[in-house]
Design a protein around this ligand. Structure first.
Ligand code: ZN
Length: 287
């Protein structure tokens, strides 16, 4: 006789909660399949905004290919599209490679259901650190395999996957005038700090350490002219960011972490309600 297994009530309520929370967080911006018919404008902040009059990056071009185009995340401010084409052109001529372009923004920007917090105003781009020396096939572009350059557990560079061209590529991007910041894993930032000579370190200021970002770099552009509602981030701290700040990212020995935690009193966090910029509310309500 088959045994009837009853699932505990707690299990069922957890399941319901998980399902309902995924419904609550579904983003209406993902239902927009084309850009709005406006002049181009990045509106709001990188992590709370939207994009009017987006441009689409052609799926193939000199020095680059677009990954997972079925997700419709190859839209950006026209300035973003120009930046990618400019950088790819240099990568092709100087580094003899093809860049793999990951997520940019949705056709009208805005929030994603999951994954990115930023990428909302058409000014953020993920560029993979896997350098495609041979162009990828249509199937490979839809199902790409990332290449990490960091051994996360050991907090070390994966030397077999690191190429001097990674250094050159990140430097090319950071020295572009339109770029505000580039996020890479702290281990990568450390490698850049070691590799650069004493004389030319200004660009390192723009390269910011952040978790994740070990198989792609995240490039963030400045607010373009004509985007009055666009909110800039404060400039990065002075200096190349290679000293104490970078060291503060290094994992601490377990005992130290445990003592630190017990010393800290629990802090009450109040969740702030995020209000979408009014222009974005208008945009999302248009069909
Ligand atoms: Zn990103």
């Amino acid at each position: 006789m088959r045994k009837i297994i009853r699932k505990p009530a707690r299990y069922i309520s957890l399941l319901t909660l998980a399902l309902s929370s995924s419904i609550v967080h579904a983003s209406p911006w993902e239902t927009k399949t084309s850009p709005s018919a406006h002049d181009p404008k990045a509106i709001g902040g990188y992590a709370n905004g939207c994009l009017a009059g987006a441009a689409s990056l052609p799926l193939q071009g000199k020095g680059y290919q677009v990954l997972r185009s079925d997700r419709l995340r190859y839209y950006g401010h026209p300035q973003t599209v120009s930046f990618i084409q400019r950088l790819s052109d240099l990568a092709s001529d100087n580094l003899d490679t093809t860049l793999l372009i990951g997520d940019m923004s949705l056709p009208q920007g805005g929030r994603f259901s999951k994954g990115h917090k930023s990428h909302q105003t058409g000014l953020d781009i993920d560029i993979w650190l896997r350098l495609a020396d041979k162009r990828l096939s249509a199937h490979q572009l839809l199902h790409p395999k990332p290449l990490s350059v960091v051994n996360i557990k050991q907090y070390k560079l994966l030397k077999k996957n690191w190429d001097l061209r990674h250094f050159e590529l990140i430097k090319l991007a950071a020295t572009d005038n339109d770029v505000a910041r580039i996020f890479v894993h702290p281990v990568i930032k450390n490698k850049l700090c070691i590799t650069e000579s004493a004389g030319d370190r200004e660009w390192l200021r723009k390269v910011r350490p952040w978790w994740g970002h070990h198989s792609h770099m995240h490039v963030r552009l400045k607010c373009p002219a004509g985007s009055e509602g666009c909110i800039e981030q404060a400039p990065p701290p002075e200096g190349d960011g290679c000293g104490a700040e970078l060291q503060s990212w290094e994992p601490k020995p377990v005992t130290q972490v445990a003592t630190k935690k017990s010393e800290n009193k629990p802090v009450k966090t109040v969740k702030k309600k995020i209000i979408m910029p009014e222009l974005c509310q208008q945009l999302i309500n248009q069909s």
